[in-house]
Design a protein around this ligand. Structure first.
Ligand SMILES: NC(=O)C1=CN([C@@H]2O[C@H](COP(=O)(O)OP(=O)(O)OC[C@H]3O[C@@H](n4cnc5c(N)ncnc54)[C@H](O)[C@@H]3O)[C@@H](O)[C@H]2O)C=CC1
Ligand SMILES: O=C(CO)COP(=O)(O)O
Length: 364
């Protein structure tokens, strides 16, 4: 599958020793970049440098031997033109704060993280901007299960940035025969898509464990897309972005695959495990668990109707049994299919004219 391309002469730093950071490091090295990968775990560093594989996060993956792992953040960042940050959202700001002293304004900083910061409700590229004030900032998001990338399955991602240099350099560094990098200038929409879809991946895993069929899964994904776009529009994003790889693309893969960690958390809960048991058994990050809580609080604050996310929030954090919630979620009063085609205001007007009542009250 891999195709020959001209080696990219560039120094790349990857912050994060998890599955996604590891897969991206290896692709960049395959393309000829000089790659250094930072992580905290000295044993893992030693293993990667000696055996060229990451036994903790991607044990079956033969990494490019040229990837040099290190616990020394300064050495990793020194001279890097492109910095990829693959750190879970909970730790993202603290890592950027630690890195800041060695970052320079001409560097390109790209988040690969699909989460939201708890206190600020910021996306990770906003954290990057706030901490550094630099202008070459972007994100990567899309249907990108790290274990499939490791398996060299044909995969597409999106690099999103208002900055053309960021988009071009990421495309040069990461594009290869099995990894296609599409560009977007809607950083906010792309990043929001990546974060929001994790919520529905948990719900889809739960629905699968409860024995729901393909019609149900399709309904869940489609209504999830409506809900995600509704929230994103209220946050100022472009709903068209949700038709792309980082919206519907990522939603499909994570709602369909047991390789998704978010899906696996939902599945375990659908089988009767508690959230704590499900997360502990996973042993890796499932960003959707925090995202659902944060998004529901924000949706309540700004008045966006999100019945699926709110139902999941009740199962995860308020002790409502998954089985009880699943039926209720899917059978709320129906109303508009695509609300950008048939606006909710028109539905309410027709309802008022037909019944003399004021509100439909159901799903938008
Ligand atoms: N794995 C995947 O398939 C994909 C993951 N992502 C996103 O990438 C981000 C990172 O995910 P993964 O690499 O999959 O995570 P992971 O769970 O495989 O690994 C997380 C890594 O972050 C490190 N880490 C955690 N807290 C840290 C701290 N305080 N300081 C330094 N390092 C810390 C861990 O030691 C570990 O190396 C997540 O937001 C995820 O949503 C995006 C696309 C695909
Ligand atoms: O974002 C991902 C795939 O695009 C990875 O999903 P999980 O974090 O659920 O494994």
């Amino acid at each position: 599958m891999a195709e020959q391309q001209t080696p990219v002469a560039i120094k790349v730093a990857v912050l994060g020793g998890g599955s996604f950071g590891t897969a991206l490091s290896s692709i960049a090295a395959d393309n000829g970049a000089e790659v250094r990968q930072w992580m905290r775990d000295a044993e893992l560093v030693e293993q990667i440098n000696r055996e060229h594989h990451n036994g903790r996060y991607l044990p079956d993956y033969a990494m490019n031997p040229a990837v040099c792992a290190s616990t020394d953040m300064q050495a990793v960042l020194d001279g890097a033109e492109l910095v990829l940050i693959a750190i879970p959202s909970k730790a993202f700001r603290s890592v950027v704060k630690a890195a800041k002293q060695w970052l320079r304004p001409e560097q390109i900083l790209v988040s690969t993280t699909k989460g939201i910061e708890a206190d600020s409700f910021m996306l990770m590229s906003q954290v990057l901007e706030e901490e550094t004030g630099f202008s070459h900032v972007g994100v990567i998001a899309g249907p990108n299960l790290a274990s499939e990338i490791a398996d060299k399955q044909l995969t597409a991602t999106v690099v999103a940035s208002a900055d053309a240099l960021t988009r071009t350099r990421v495309q040069q560094v990461l594009s290869c025969g099995y990894f296609r990098v599409y560009a977007s200038n809607d950083r906010h929409g792309v990043e929001l898509g990546g974060a929001l879809k994790n919520i529905y991946a948990i719900a889809a895993g739960m629905a699968a464990a409860l024995g729901m069929g393909e019609n149900t899964r399709s309904m869940l994904m489609t209504r999830a897309l409506a809900e995600m776009s509704r929230f994103a529009v209220a946050q100022g994003a472009n709903p068209m972005t949700f038709l792309g790889l980082s919206g519907v693309g990522d939603l499909i893969v994570t709602c369909s695959s047991s390789l998704s960690r978010n899906y696996r958390v939902g599945y375990a809960m659908g089988e009767g495990r508690t959230l704590e048991q499900a997360v502990e058994a996973l042993g890796q990050v499932a960003e959707g668990v925090n995202t659902v809580r944060l998004v529901c609080a924000k949706a309540a604050e700004i008045g966006v109707y999100m019945p699926l996310a709110e139902g999941l929030d009740r199962v995860l954090f308020k002790g409502v049994p998954a089985k009880q919630m699943a039926g209720a979620l899917m059978t709320g009063e129906q109303s508009t299919d695509v609300e950008f085609v048939l606006p909710q205001a028109d539905v309410q007007k027709a309802h008022r004219e037909a019944t003399g009542h004021q509100e439909t009250g159901g799903e938008q």
